[in-house]
Design a protein around this ligand. Structure first.
Ligand code: ADP
Ligand code: MG
Length: 348
């Protein structure tokens, strides 16, 4: 990475100094305001321990939820501080109720804060994230296979366009496959199709050539509520009164084979409505194939909140090379956009 990271800060630079760390502790809470998933807190611990070991006094900045302009107790980070104290038993964790509205804190964003600091460095989590994504884009071991799914094609068009010239194959699943089907003139029944993106899907198909691969079969059902009635059909036999809710079993198998022969796999977006079994089969097949590929030495990267949740749900998160926590920012990185919070860091 061409930016300084916390590793570059020597103990003599840090001892007794305050280190301001922008963390993403926007975690889910239950009705009693207990942290229900501390993944994001745990993910920051290596960076915090490095700073503490080198003698820094660490000040953390995060947001929780979206309070509207003034403090709201339900968005207080107090429960997060409590969980952090449990995770850092040898450190004293103090929670600061409010910050003075002085200028330095007025821009407590990833970018604004970084502009006021010298040096401004990446934490270990950001370093790992950037290294994995950057290597996949610029220097992938081949074959390089991308798997894209999820509910909407609209949010991922820029990613498709950016990845197509770089990958050996781009496997499409999720509801976005249906917009491509529509563009091919196929019957899509009650499937989620973005009518205003059909023309765009058609032009993508025209210029993508054989690298863009669509499911050749589909798992359909009358509705998500009737998932029990799900059955496979060929892509040209989707009934007019049913919806495609997962890739079909044949497609799951051929995608798994493509993943098995890949050296780099990048996955964003579930293959179907994985929240409702048996519509999780396509998604689970991808997760399993990627876990097996990792074991055989491939680099496997999972991005996107729902995809990460699906991999977690399948119990396979530990078997991926990297599960991205960067959310929307990671997608923008894949699109080749400049990330302000990254650009603001001190260059090497
Ligand atoms: P990520 O968060 O990993 O980027 P998205 O947010 O783009 O993924 O998409 C996830 C959602 O897409 C899930 O809630 C899933 O139910 C939905 N989805 C996937 N395939 C279909 C489909 N064929 N029809 C309707 N919804 C789908
Ligand atoms: Mg999502």
């Amino acid at each position: 990475m061409n930016k300084l990271t916390v590793r570059d800060l020597a103990p003599e630079q840090l001892r007794g100094k305050r280190a301001l760390v922008r963390v993403d502790f926007n975690v889910p809470l239950d009705a009693e305001r207990h942290v229900t998933d501390d993944t994001r807190i745990r993910a920051a611990i290596p960076t915090l321990e490095l700073l503490l070991d080198r003698g820094a006094r660490v000040v953390l900045l995060s947001h929780l939820g979206r309070p509207k302009g003034k403090p709201e107790s339900k968005y207080s980070l107090q429960p997060v501080a409590k969980r952090l104290a449990e995770l850092l038993p040898s450190s004293k964790v103090a929670f600061v109720e409010s910050t003075d509205s002085d200028e330095a804190r007025a821009h407590a964003s990833t970018e604004g804060v970084a502009k006021h600091l010298t040096p401004a460095v990446a934490g270990l989590l950001m370093e790992k994230e950037i290294n994995y994504l950057h290597n996949a884009l610029e220097n992938p071991k081949r074959p390089f296979v991308a798997v894209l799914g999820g509910s909407k094609i609209s949010g991922k068009i820029d990613v498709i366009e950016a990845l197509l010239p770089k990958v050996d194959a781009l496997l499409v699943g999720g509801a976005m496959a249906c917009t491509f089907y529509k563009a091919m003139g196929l019957e899509t029944g009650k499937s989620l199709v973005e009518a205003d993106r059909v023309a765009l899907a058609k032009s993508l198909l025209d210029k993508a050539g054989t690298r863009l691969i669509l499911p050749h079969d589909a798992t359909v059902a009358p509705s998500i509520e009737q998932a029990g009635a799900a059955h496979p059909v060929s892509k040209d036999a989707i009934p007019s009164d049913e919806a495609m809710l997962d890739i079909g079993p044949g497609t799951a198998e051929s995608y798994a084979r493509a993943i098995a022969s890949a050296k780099t796999v990048l996955w964003n977006g579930p293959m179907g409505v994985f929240e409702t079994p048996p519509l999780d089969r396509g998604t689970n097949a991808i997760a399993r194939a990627m876990a097996d590929a990792t074991a055989k030495g491939a680099t496997t990267i999972v991005g996107g909140g729902d995809s990460a949740a699906a991999v977690e749900q399948a119990g396979l998160a530990e078997r991926m090379s990297h599960v991205s926590t960067g959310g929307g920012a990671s997608l923008e990185f894949l699109e080749g956009k400049t990330l302000p919070g990254l650009a603001a860091l001190t260059d090497r």
